[in-house]
Design a protein around this ligand. Sequence first.
Ligand code: ATP
Ligand code: MG
Length: 483
Amino acid sequence: MPDYMFLLESRLLPEQRAALLRVQELSAAMGYNIYLTGGTVRDLITGASLRDLDFTVEGNPSKIAHELEKGGAKLLVEDEKLRHVELLFSGDCEGSVAAARDDHYVRPGTRPEIRWSTIMEDLRRRDFSLNAIAISLNPASRGLLLDPTNGLSDVERAEVRALIIHSFTNQPVRLLRVLRFAARMGFKLEQRTQEWFDLAIERDLHHTITPEDAGTELRSLAREENPAAILKSWEEHDLLETVHPVLAKKHPDYDAINRLSKVRDDLFMAGLRPRLATPMMLAILGRLKDREQGNLLHKLGFRVAEVDHILGFEEEAHAAGKELAGKKLAAPIDAYRFLERMRTDTLAHLLAFSSISTAVSKIRAYLNKWRPLRQGIPAIVNELTTIGMPAGPKFDAVVDQVFAMQMTGRGKTPEEREKILRKLSGIKEQPKGKEKKHAGKIVGRAAPAPTGKAAAPPAKAAAAPAKNQKAAAPAKPQKKKKK
Ligand code: ATP
Ligand code: MG
């Protein structure tokens, strides 16, 4: 029995692992079978980053979702008819819980009748074999891979394969989806899938894609890492027209998209995991007038609040940029605190497009200097402990002060830091020969704490990373001073 659990657990972020465990626990308590499915399993197998967790349950997803809500999860969309809930698990990770179902088509292309089903039937009704794989999370078979349509071998061949001859007839939106997955993964269409695709286009099926379905695809597109490649593929196949004629006529703003994609890479290198759906949507629609953008989004079924959020985003980001460049945030420590609270999509948007140069250079300093410095805080905590400062509010204040000084270029060497730490804490150096057991010279590395264990960072000094700091790299070990 192949065990994918180890692979899964090693690839999940801590908050994703916590969400998975909680969902597993709740399902077991409710007596439901639950599986990880769809994009999550595909991305796990192909080595792509796991950006959301999609669960399928042989039971009622709302019951699970409402329990999760009590623990801090946010329900984003609850579709009672489809028994499908989209949510932000606590810890801010995205995902969905859906009931296992079969879509029964009386005739190809008619509206399907939904029947609640087992996981196997659910996998077989899906669009492409690479999306039709599941991992069991149930006690007796945890880690077992369910692959009834041989998706794994298609992944190995780097092909997207539709599952049935009526795939595109039943759901013409799959014409957009098949190109999205192929472009995203660098896969080609499997030979028969290509024939079915060509036939569907010949029969004009793409003109029957509903605006809501096209909207869902556009929303997914904006969350993609490389939307430009997908948009080009849609354009090459004359499918952009079916998303919206004005977008096809004016074309996506590829320059803006590429700038934002480049910024995403920069943020990633700095240890942040930005969610760029909103600025990316604006970049995609960048050549349209404001009014045209609004019309397009409304027509494609975006909710009013969503449209307002997208259309108001640029102005909000600009206001944040102005505040960042303002006098009130002149001190690096104040700018740092402001940036720590700033949403990563705002940060990315400013970095890619803002003309406020002071704001942009502060963001660059934040990413390339201040955040790495902040990661050195545990070393300062240890140094302060080493000279004998007890934990408490004063301890935290000293750590903060040293950090603020470091941002202005002071306290770079251990010697300089020791002087600063002693001055701020008021702890004088012991005369030679009378050193207390735990007080020692700082040599760039913590001396052992009195208990013999590594010094624990007291209170908030070693501050829990801010929301947007989750993926921060561990602090670099400091070099030992040469004797
Ligand atoms: P992404 O990384 O874009 O989220 P995804 O595969 O998770 O990719 P979703 O749109 O979130 O895509 O859909 C989740 C799963 O639901 C898919 O993997 C697929 O199995 C199934 N699915 C989605 N849309 C369709 C469809 N139109 N027809 C059949 N199955 C679908
Ligand atoms: Mg998904």
